[in-house]
Design a binder for this molecule. Structure first.
Ligand code: AOF
Ligand code: ZN
Length: 375
């Protein structure tokens, strides 16, 4: 019994360490590790940047010879492959670790339980499944991409108390306060990519970047800021080559079904990568775009920041996993637009139910986090 209690205690410490990598580990998962010998924490580590040492390696480095005979608590099954870095299993065996407790197995097919098997073969006692839900919650995108070949999609929305998001003219910027906009910077910082539609590029000309000076305080400020990939859904290639997104640091990919080579070359010259997909009824196939983002760009968490047309289409395609809705204390009236364009909903029994998972105040606004329940 005490062992179970201790295992939970050390694993929750490992989870706290893992969370330090919230803004940086992409496309890798956020992973933390604690090494314990005789009831004393002798090593702690977490994964910070892809290409840099994994959590276990950092913890072993701190523990040094004290790792001999110790237990390793790690939030993800140790890897057994040569990726950007050598296998963690070898390092744990070499260091003389005698017990490994993993929060979850690694959903990455090149690891998937093979890491734990290798440790077992080396005579190490292994177990997994402690605080597994918490580990998955910290890495929704990594688990989604590995299991379902698509990113975890988070839709960021801002609305008035009467549920309106933009005036009929499309005018929509600055509904929410500065605090809410800072909070959105944190959403961008944790995302692999930020997606918008060509309509939003034309009406708002957003930058879609993370600005270090505008980020809210974070428990562990990273040594460098990573820019999420910017993704523009532009079926007919109407993005202007002088759009702000194309001038900013970081990369922009434009998905289109247009075969117009002249415009494509102009956009490529302006720095964009243009991906031409097969049209479905003259439009982009949203599922194909999500599969491409997972496979070709390793996108774990995708932040959708766009108007009601694309948001509505993504919702109808059942591709939105989470909504983060900022509610501003104002009324916008009858002429303003709703959050999602959902013309097929005519009767109350066709409604899309939501599970609200959190409500909190952000400055003078309210932030509601909800998950759609698809029938
Ligand atoms: C671990 N500990 O801290 C992390 C792991 O290219 P690499 O070498 O960085 O390997 C990336 C893969 O390793 C990643 O897809 C996931 O399966 C695993 N991540 N494993 O043992 C860690 N971040
Ligand atoms: Zn590893």
């Amino acid at each position: 019994m005490t062992e179970v209690y201790n295992d939970q205690y050390y694993m929750s410490r490992a989870l706290k360490l893992a969370a330090r990598g919230l803004w940086t580990t992409d496309p890798n998962p956020r992973v933390g590790c604690v090494i314990v010998r005789d009831g004393e924490i002798v090593g702690e580590g977490w994964h910070e940047f892809a290409g840099e040492p994994h959590a276990e390696i950092n913890a072993l480095q701190m523990a040094k010879e004290k790792a001999q005979g110790a237990t390793c608590y790690v939030t993800l099954e140790p890897c057994c492959h040569y990726g950007r870095t050598p296998p963690c299993t070898d390092a744990l065996i070499r260091a003389g670790i005698t017990r490994v407790v993993a929060s979850t197995t690694d959903p990455n097919p090149i690891v998937a339980k093979k890491g734990l098997e290798q440790l077992m073969k080396a005579g190490i006692t292994v177990s997994s499944g402690i605080l597994g839900a918490e580990t998955e919650q910290l890495n929704p995108g990594f688990f989604m991409r590995m299991r379902h070949n698509r990113p975890y999609v988070r839709s960021k929305l801002a609305m008035s108390l009467d549920g309106r998001t933009a005036m009929a003219s499309g005018e929509s910027q600055w509904i929410t306060s500065q605090e809410a906009r800072r909070d959105v910077q944190a959403l961008r910082a944790r995302s692999s990519a930020v997606m918008t539609g060509a309509g939003t590029i034309l009406s708002d000309d957003p930058r879609l970047t993370v600005r270090e000076t505008e980020l809210p305080p974070f428990m562990f400020m990273p040594k460098r800021i990573r820019q999420p990939l910017r993704v523009i859904m532009d079926a007919h290639l109407s993005t202007p080559p002088d759009a702000k997104v194309l001038q900013e640091p970081g990369n922009t990919v434009i998905y289109t079904v247009s075969l117009n080579e002249t415009i494509r070359h102009m956009l490529e010259k302006a720095g964009a990568t243009v991906v031409v997909l097969c049209a479905v009824n003259g439009e982009l196939d949203l599922h194909a775009v999500c599969a491409s983002l997972a496979n070709d760009y390793h996108v774990n968490e995708l932040l959708l920041e766009t108007g009601s047309t694309l948001s509505g289409a993504m919702l109808r395609a059942q591709l939105i996993d989470e909504m983060v809705i900022y509610v501003a204390p104002l009324l916008m009236g009858n002429k303003a637009r709703g959050l999602f364009n959902l013309p097929q909903l005519e009767r109350l029994n066709q409604h899309i139910p939501l599970n609200i998972t959190e409500i909190r105040a952000i400055g003078r606004d309210w932030r509601i986090t909800a998950q759609p329940v698809y029938g």
